[in-house]
Design a protein around this ligand. Sequence first.
Ligand SMILES: [Mg+2]
Length: 360
Amino acid sequence: MKITDVTLTLFSWSDIPATTYGRHTGKFGGKSQLGLVTMSTDEGVQGHAFLGSAMRGAHLDGESLIHYLKPLVLGQDPLDRERLWQAMWQKNRQTTLRCIGAMDVALWDIAGKAAGQPVHKMLGGAKSPRLTCYASMVRYTEPKVVAANVARALGLGFRHIKLHEIELAATRAAREAAGPDVDIMLDVNCPWSAQEALAMAEKLRPLNLRWLEEPVWPPEDYAALAQVRARGCIAVAAGENATTLTQFQHLLEARAVDYLQPSPAKMGGISELRKVFALAAQHQVAVAPHSFYDGPAFLGGLHVNAAMGRNSLVEWRFFDLESRLYGDAAIPEGGSIAVPQGPGLGFDPDPDVIRLYRAN
Ligand SMILES: [Mg+2]
C-alpha cells in the first residue's frame, strides 16, 4: 500500500456561547478552528485525523503539514508508521524555531538600522575588530581530496580547519597535510552510540583533535555525550541541534561539552543566542556558534560572537559559491573576518544577486 495524497480541510465554527460548562472566555472569542486531515492510499483506504488545538488555529499548522510533512510520506507505505514518524521528526523538529530565528534576526537588523548602530554595539560592542575563522569543510571522504582541500585552506591563511569526515583515514590525511600546529576539528554529525564513539575516540586520539563534534545519536542524549567526553579523553563539541534555552542548560549541567555550538538560524536568532552566551559563561564553557551557512544568520552570529564571545572561533563554510549575497563583503581574509561596522547587520543583500539567483 502507498500513500497517494494528504489533504487538509479547515473548519471554523462558533462555540455555543453558554453551555453547561459556562461561557467561553478564551482569546479566540468563542471561535474554534480545526483542520481535518485526510490521508489517501492507492488501495482506497483513507485515514482521518484532526489538526489543531483549543488554543491555536489550524491554518498555520496546516501549512507546515502540507509543505514539510506531506512530501515525506507521499509514495511511502502507510504501515511503516514508526519509520515515517522518525523521518518527519528528524527533518522538521526545528521548523518553527528556524522561522522565529529568521524573524528575530530581521528585527535586530531593523533595530540596529533605526539606532544607526551595528548589532554588536547594541550588545555591548565588539572586543576586537576581527575574529578568527575556521574553514568548515564538506565531507570529501577520499583522503587525497581531503588533503588537497586542507592545503587549499592553509594557502588562504586558515590555521583552524574542521572536517566533516567519518573515516579515520580521511582524518589522518588532514593531519598529515596540516602538520602538527594547525587546529583540526572533526564533526561527524551524530552517527554513533556512546560505545562506538568511545572506540573511535581512542583511534582518533593520536591525531590531536581540538574537538570531536556531535559523536552520538540522538543529539539530545547528553548523558552519552558526557560519557564520551569523560571516558574518551577527547574534547567534545555539540549544540547545533539544541533548541530551547533549557536544552542548552541541560547540556551544560550534564557536563557534556567543552565547546557549545548554538546555531542562530536554528535556535531562535540573536535574542536567544545572546542568552546562551551568558549561560555558557556562567558554566565557564566556550561558545563556538554553528554557522555552516551564509547570509544574515551568519552575520547575526558574528555580531553576538564579537560582543559576547571570548576568542570564540567563527565557523566559515569552506565552500565555493557562484555568487554571494553580500558580494565580496563579509568574507574572511588570512583566516579572520572583520566585524561589520555598518548599522544593523552591517550589510544588505546585493539586489543583482537576488535578481540573478532567486528561485521563487
Ligand atoms: Mg556540526
